[in-house]
Design a protein around this ligand. Structure first.
Ligand SMILES: *[C@@H]1O[C@H](CO)[C@@H](O)[C@H](O)[C@H]1NC(C)=O
Ligand SMILES: *[C@@H]1O[C@H](CO)[C@@H](O)[C@H](O)[C@H]1NC(C)=O
Length: 149
């Protein structure tokens, strides 16, 4: 159980079974949780402390429904939309406050990357967001948020 800002959350890091994005998402839902949100650098830092040198974990962000529109699984909030004025990379970096593995990601490589992972970034020397193929079997992170009342 971790605390960040005014919220606490139960975080489950699942390393034992590697599954594709949709299965990872439904495993979390079966626990009454969601794939983890990583909306702030503070939250990213918390996960970096938990995960250390491990890499490639599904998180709760994808653009499966509409290419270039990235939606958080937790609450359906749009993280950002790729925008015609800025390049997708610029847009991601602006919209997501440096959470992506900048400057390369998200790149929708081979027009086939709609699901987001945390991976070790060579640019940053620690975990950052990266888009990847949804069918890839990976470790994943579930989160159940508990808000203070
Ligand atoms: C693209 O993003 C820039 C910077 O946020 C903004 O000024 C512009 O209005 C956006 N363009 C569209 C088409 O949404
Ligand atoms: C994940 O695996 C399940 C079970 O094999 C399959 O039904 C589903 O289509 C897969 N999802 C993706 C995104 O590959």
């Amino acid at each position: 159980m971790y605390r960040y800002g005014s919220e606490i959350a139960c975080i489950a890091v699942i390393k034992s079974s590697k599954v594709n994005f949709t299965l990872a998402s439904s495993h979390c839902e079966q626990m009454g949780a969601n794939l983890v949100s990583v909306k702030t650098l503070d939250k990213l830092q918390m996960l970096i402390e938990i995960l250390g040198d491990s890499t490639n974990f599904w998180v709760g962000l994808d653009d499966m429904v509409e290419e270039g529109t990235y939606v958080w699984r937790e609450d359906g909030q749009v993280a950002f939309k790729i925008n015609a004025t800025y390049s997708s990379r610029q847009m991601a970096e602006v919209a997501m406050n440096g959470l992506w593995d900048h400057p390369r990601e998200p790149n929708n490589y081979a027009d086939n990357e709609d699901c987001i992972q945390l991976k070790q970034s060579t640019t940053h020397g620690e975990l950052r967001l990266n888009d990847y193929k949804c069918f890839t079997r990976s470790k994943f992170i579930c989160e159940e948020r508990i808000r203070f009342v």
